[in-house]
Design a protein around this ligand. Sequence first.
Ligand code: GDP
Ligand code: IMO
Ligand code: MG
Length: 427
Amino acid sequence: MPVLVIVGGQWGDEGKGKVVDQLAENADVVVRFSGGDNAGHTVINPLGEFKLHLVPAGIFSSRVLCVIGNGVVINPAVLMSEIAMLNKSGVDTTRLAISNRAHLVMPYHIMLDELEEKSKAGKALGTTKRGIGPAFADKTNRLGIRTCDLLDKVGLKERLSMVLEGKNTLFTKVYGAPPMALEEIYTKYCEYADFLAPFIKDTEMLLDEAIRQKQLVILEGAQGALLDPDFGTYPYGTSSSPLSAGGCLGAGIAPNRIDSVLGIFKVYCTRVGNGPMPTELMDETGQMIREIAHEYGTTTGRPRRIGWFDAVAARFSCRVNGLTSVALTRLDVFDTMGTLKICTHYMLEGKKIDYFPASVAELEKCQPVYEEMPGWGVPITEVRRFKDLPKQAQKYLKRIEEVMQCSVNMACCGPSREQVIQLKTVI
Ligand code: GDP
Ligand code: IMO
Ligand code: MG
């Protein structure tokens, strides 16, 4: 059985949680590999509606081992309350394993996220304020504290004391903010350590074993390609790689063991936070889609910005991720729409282009070139086979496939697990 990576193809919130939950029914292992609790993955299945920030969306399938990989930064308080929430709903979390190499989000990371955003004033990124950027910065700067450090309380205190001294200098001397107390943080993290210790493992060894035994392993991405620190709309993006390559590093699985990469895309675009979005709709059409689809952030509740499907960005995303197939979500949102638009190219300073510019300044100048298609005007939420879709919906799907230059193997027509049209297998 193969290894499948599932990634967000746009600016996040494409419906990764839903698709992972659906495919996990036949999986053995599901691994979250990047981001932190900035992610918010919604799952609606027979057990209820859940918003997951750190626990992999495979947790609802009773035989699936769920792994939080080394590439995730973990806020232990958020993880513990998520485990409690799941247990309260009768979901077994004993099949959860946490990498001993994953970094921790510390209270000073959250404070720094807040202060850095404030200091950027009009140029703020619009982060989720979960401390994600500062936690990944500390990881790269070799100032991080990891889950394995929780298992050595003497060592933890020494390291925390050294790191906190630097942060407190920053708080008091640069930001004019009060310092944080070592004892308070240490005591809290010792409590977290006691709770989390049984879950902390050498997860890349578990994954190696699962792959050797030919089990089906799914890597669950967070965020989306256009938020990638290298290929996204830098600096308006996140701090770890949401790309398929990030799956190898963030789970500890070598590239030659990946078999397929499934990209999740909405039939339109959304973005939370700041930064360029060439097809953004500032008019009543955008407002209408936001309300029909209830496009408000899963993690922060912020209204999501809405735009038409951007095939320039989608082709770019297919390429940098090496997608082997695509799942389109939210097809049902267009049930009552008249005319639909797809952006096939951009106009940049009088020239028609079909690449995704690196520079934010250039992206902001890009004007979308649209083609139009009629909507279908009937509800499709009960449809389960491609041939039962209205002809216009079939045509729309096929056109998206053509302009993306990638095979659409799944289409979702509602938020619940069973609201899926399987065109071809994805594994
Ligand atoms: P994720 O971060 O990629 O997991 O996505 P989010 O959970 O943040 O946002 C996706 C939203 O779309 C959630 O509210 C899902 O319940 C919902 N959703 C997913 N697929 C569909 C679909 O095909 N139709 C509709 N109407 N909603 C969907
Ligand atoms: P899921 O996994 C949508 C966005 C934030 C902000 C930028 C940086 O649910 O798709 P950060 O807190 O990461 O430093 O914020 O990235 N962002 C997301 N947008 N979905 C997400 O995750 C996101 N995670 C971060 O809104 O623009
Ligand atoms: Mg989300």
